[in-house]
Write a protein that binds this ligand. Structure first.
Ligand code: SF4
Length: 470
């Protein structure tokens, strides 16, 4: 049996365990997950949540906000894409979209005022760098006039290396961006051709060097394994090249081939995809390669250099998780702006219209473009606390949950403790008298451990089992 020796933390992952790791599952950037949102939650409910936040701010001062702005445009289509995007070469579409964003911002400031503190701001897509420097600067100006962006705020942007240059990074730094994320995916020319995303190693190398020179506090590289024409040999080269470039963070995603659901993926030939064995090898090589090169495993496919804020937060038990993934920012309300954006205000989640037409129509009548969402129940809040403690601290102290939610952990989660047992026997988790503790090996499976506490998922499984029986 092949074993991957993972130097930090001390853990050994057999092929069998790696196979269990290479399965799709919720990423728990929220709980309940976005696929549970309902259409009964709309603009009126979102207004109510904002109103409550505004009242809270008057009474005791609400915590700072996180802002997410979705820029849906991309110039060309990557065949593996599962994002909400609009492919266009017409740069003029950016200006019209910015106008719509401004209207959405105004709807918010009409309810919240213009002094809401912001500690985190992220531009994602699509490709935010579809917009010109002037357009991006205009957007940042607008946001700064509408919110009080705090001096130490994390301000991040996703950068498509094909639409960036050293000058562009300098412009982004001047706009106040202090975190940057590059979509790398794979450096192999064959793989790049198969996914229709051509970008040279040299261009990414130069951009990362420039970002470092400009003192971006965090430089992330996204990679994907399981892409067409990828082989363990070719991916090992990419892993080595990326490790050598020393981005402060690396996100390694598994490609899920779902051509029925994501139309672009129909251009990928199934026969070009690596076998399960090859995927397992690539995952094992990536874990060993990055951890062997001094990266720390943060959790859920994320690695960071020991000096990066995420790694520091992990060591100090201060990790948090929101729609942008792991973060050092304490839980805060999130305002999602733009097509398909997701927000979290108080005990609610909300999502904007996914098409530009729907989004525009709502704004045209002065309404928030929220089309679905969820008001969390007490049970949702309780389970969210447990799932986030597992995902972020790798430990659930019974007392802290019991005091906060007035429950008895063992009684309330009797079935969950039962379901945890096989995971404990596999050495992934320890069920103690005072706490559930994720083990060093278990960190790699933290999603599977969290899934035990996902009521919606377990209900689905029971329904499936039931329908199989009948
Ligand atoms: S993968 Fe990213 S850059 Fe490529 S089409 Fe999708 S959103 Fe655009």
């Amino acid at each position: 049996m092949n074993m991957v020796t993972v130097p930090h933390p001390e853990a050994q992952l057999s092929d069998d365990l790696l196979r269990r790791l290479d399965v799709p599952g919720p990423r728990y950037t929220s709980y309940p997950t976005a696929d549970r949102f309902v259409e009964a939650f709309g603009a009126a409910e979102y207004r109510q949540a904002l109103r409550q936040r505004a009242q809270g701010a008057v009474v005791g001062g609400a915590p700072p906000l996180s802002l997410y702005v979705h820029i849906p445009f991309c110039e060309s289509l990557c065949y593996y894409c599962a994002c909400n995007k609009i492919i266009t070469k017409h740069k003029s579409r950016g200006a019209e979209y910015l106008e719509l964003l401004a209207q959405e911002v105004d709807l918010h400031t009409a309810m919240l005022g213009t002094h809401e503190p912001v500690s985190q701001l992220h531009l994602g897509g699509g490709s935010p760098t579809f917009l010109s420097d002037d357009e991006l600067a205009g957007l940042m100006d607008r946001l700064r006039r509408s919110f009080r962006v705090l001096p130490n705020a994390e301000i991040s942007i996703e950068v498509d290396p094909r639409t960036a240059s050293r000058e562009r990074l300098r412009a982004l730094a001047a706009m106040g961006f202090n975190r940057v994320s590059f979509g790398v995916q794979d450096f192999d020319a064959d793989v790049q051709a198969a996914v229709h995303r051509i970008q040279s190693y040299e261009s990414v190398r130069d951009l990362i060097a420039e970002a470092r020179a400009l003192r971006f506090e965090s430089i992330n590289a996204d990679l994907i394994y399981g892409l067409p024409r990828q082989t363990p040999e070719s991916f090992r080269r990419t892993i080595a090249q990326v490790a050598e470039l020393r981005p402060t963070r690396i996100a390694l995603y598994a490609y899920a081939h779902l051509p029925q659901r994501f139309k672009p993926q129909r251009r990928i030939h199934a026969e070009d995809l690596p076998s399960v064995e090859q995927r397992i090898r690539m995952l094992g090589d990536a874990l060993a390669g990055f951890l062997g090169n001094g990266y720390v495993y943060i959790g859920m496919d994320h690695f960071a250099l020991p000096g990066d804020a995420l790694a520091v937060a992990k060591r100090q038990g201060r990790l948090h998780r929101n729609f942008q993934g792991y973060t050092t920012q304490p839980d805060c309300d999130l305002i999602g702006l733009g097509v398909s954006s997701i927000g979290r205000v108080g005990a609610t989640y909300s999502q904007n219209a996914k098409t530009l037409d729907e989004y525009r129509d709502a704004l045209a009548v002065g309404e928030f473009p929220v089309v679905r969402g969820l008001a969390l129940t007490r049970d949702d809040l309780l389970r969210r606390a447990v799932i986030m403690a597992l995902m972020c601290q790798g430990r659930v102290e019974y007392e802290s949950i019991e005091v906060a939610y007035l429950v008895n952990m063992r009684e309330t989660f009797a079935a969950e403790f039962e379901r945890l047992r096989p995971l404990a026997e596999a050495g992934l988790v320890e069920i103690g008298e005072q706490a559930i503790q994720v083990t060093a090996t278990g960190w790699f499976f933290v999603r599977a451990i969290a899934m035990v506490f996902d009521r919606h998922l377990q209900a689905d499984r029971q329904r499936e089992r039931f329908s199989r029986i009948i």
